[in-house]
Ligand binder design. Sequence first.
Ligand code: NAD
Ligand code: MG
Length: 397
Amino acid sequence: LSADAERSITVLGATGSIGSSTLDLIKREPGRYRVQAITAGRNAGQLAQIARAVGARVAVVADADAYRDLKDALSGSGIEAAAGADALVEAAEQPADWVMAAIAGAVGLRPTLAAIERGATVALANKECMVCAGALFMRRAATSGATVLPVDSEHNAIFQALTAGPREGVRRVILTASGGPFRTWSLEAIRAATPQQALKHPNWSMGQKVTIDSASLMNKGLELIEAHHLFTLPPSEIDVLVHPQSVIHSMVEYTDGSVVAQLGAPDMRIPIAHCLAWPHRLDWPAPRLDLAKVRELTFEEPDLVRFPALGLARWAMERGGAAPTVLNAADEVAVAEFIAGRIAFLDIPALVEATLGAAEKRGLLAEPTTVEMALAIDHDARSLARDLLPEFAVKAS
Ligand code: NAD
Ligand code: MG
């Protein structure tokens, strides 16, 4: 594909943080991209507005009850409207060369897999695909010939750094972590952290779930598992390093002692631009990295006592099978409960750990070999987590 050939694109999760950043890049070069399908969870009004602005052919809302609103909001535009879980999968099946998979959570599994199975180039933001069913997704991509490009800034950095040498020359990868808003807080202070405090990320502006996960370091844990599958790396070759400035997005260490890093301003449009133009480079007015202004890059070891989620995720990665699927499901339940003010911040890892224990006892940790199996485990793990909730719920005084 030449650098200036027209590309048809689909954006799954178009109303979200990653979806908006993707559309921001696309709108800069109107003649270059043709938008096939865009999707959203339930915000029909916002989706219709975006569909009109980018001239999408199809707009799909996951919530079937929002169909009427979407249809009305699109009337006279010639844009097709659809709703429901199957319509979401059909949106991914539409013929687009390039698909941004940016739905948040395990609900993104089926649509993303549909794009992979038809051999599309898939820009993967939905890390849950790798966490819940990574081995399965990578096998399907190999069979269909799909290209999976990592959007997550760390994995995008590793993807770029891996072009510096042959695979057998890789000694390890080093995932960097900002450390989140509680990096310097005491365990007692973290215990009492409120949702507002956890939602204030020092460097990145992101969706709620991934922001809370960044504060607990669960996000880095999910990213360990994501790296394990995306790059077929053994757990022992993936390390985490806290780097508060978020300038180095990750690194690859080679056997000869060379360490290759990717740097950039902390703006998700930079890794998205890399995926959008790959294997070429997008020329756009990106926020520039001014290292003289940054002045200092610092590093520290992650603290597994104050941030137990990272240790749990590593355990799940090493345990393999469905342990990461259960970890992710329990974390989705726990984060929603924390945001709603029903459990405390450190109850997030505690509930995840208890759910992993309960799932292991019930023999629920066998490797999912189909997406239906991964979704069934996800479903069961959520009920286990909900059953365990009363043990953690903040007591009414
Ligand atoms: P977000 O919450 O801002 O947006 C999520 C999108 O998914 C929205 O379009 C929403 O309408 C849609 N959605 C939500 N529930 C849905 C459902 N039930 N069915 C269908 N669609 C639904 O999230 P985000 O921050 O853009 O993150 C998207 C994904 O990218 C996540 O997997 C996240 O971990 C990953 N990611 C995000 C960032 C970031 O900077 N935001 C960085 C790295 C990775
Ligand atoms: Mg990341």
